[in-house]
Design a protein around this ligand. Structure first.
Ligand code: ADP
Length: 262
């Protein structure tokens, strides 16, 4: 599972950086490619005096492209998990403004949190990332606008419900993101967690969002489930194992060991 963990971390890092870096990288490659064409043309016309100018451009772009890939690798290696006992209600409400601004005015973002919410022990920035990803997916499924509901609550799977849902028996912190969007066809639903599976246009989807979320919940000892109906909407549920910790005192704004709803 150490390997799985490393893999999931890498995937997250790659997912975050892919968009921007791919774009920069592409621009550099275009520069290299044009310069090489120029060199080829000048050599063919025996205008070798101009060749060195284009060679310099190509060399510069190659160096910057190499630096970019090194940054990508360094970043993906550096990511480590820092699990903390979290107050998920507070984490969610702390994100709502940012989410609302990101999804735009046509989408209503609302959140509900039960009182006496249990604690889970996960990496807060990974959980934030996961939730943001879910909200961005929800936005993409609602081009005409709609509603995103984030619900946080306690959930017990007893023998019966555990069998029904294929989730290990136990107590979980449940976080659900529901949208009123397009929904997924059964075909899309079966592939949704696969890395690089996307139905979005080139350059818009990486196909890493849900696979990253899958990796994150697995690492956290939890589960993720999707319920979706075409034309009605989608609910993605994260189940994170309840954490009852006393030995540990976590610091930071999200690191509250006993749960208190503000
Ligand atoms: P990406 O968003 O980059 O495509 P994901 O792994 O997050 O990658 O999602 C994979 C695919 O699952 C999406 O391309 C889309 O077809 C489908 N999907 C994910 N979330 C939703 C949603 N809330 N509503 C409808 N379809 C969704």
């Amino acid at each position: 599972t150490h390997e799985q963990l490393r893999q999931a971390q890498k995937m997250e890092a790659v997912g975050q950086l892919t968009g921007g870096l791919a774009h920069d990288f592409n621009n550099l490659l275009a520069g290299i490619s044009v310069s090489l064409e120029m060199i080829e043309a000048r050599i063919r016309q025996d205008r070798t005096g101009e060749v060195s100018k284009y060679l310099l451009v190509a060399q510069g772009a190659t160096k910057r492209a190499a630096a970019l890939t090194h940054r990508l690798l360094a970043f993906s290696r550096r990511q480590t998990l820092a699990p903390k006992a979290i107050n998920a209600g507070r984490l969610v409400s702390g994100m709502l403004d940012m989410v609302q601004r990101t999804v735009g005015p046509n989408i209503v973002v609302e959140s509900y949190c039960t009182a006496d919410l249990w604690t889970a022990r996960v990496d807060p920035s990974q959980l934030e990332n996961a939730l943001l990803n879910l909200c961005l997916n929800a936005r993409d499924a609602m081009p005409e606008g709609g509603r995103i509901t984030v619900e946080t609550g306690n959930r017990v799977f007893d023998a019966e419900s555990a069998r029904q849902q294929d989730i290990p028996e136990g107590e979980y912190l449940a976080i659900r993101v529901t949208d009123s969007g397009t929904g997924m066809s059964p075909e899309v639903l079966t592939k949704a967690f696969e890395p690089f599976f996307t139905t979005k246009p080139m350059g818009e989807g990486t196909g890493l969002g849900l696979s990253m979320i899958y990796g994150f919940t697995q690492q956290s000892g939890g589960q993720v489930r999707i319920r979706s109906q075409l034309g009605i909407g989608t609910t993605v549920s994260l189940y994170l194992p309840r954490y009852i910790g006393t030995a540990e005192r976590d610091n930071g704004p999200l690191g509250l060991a006993p749960v208190l709803s503000a």
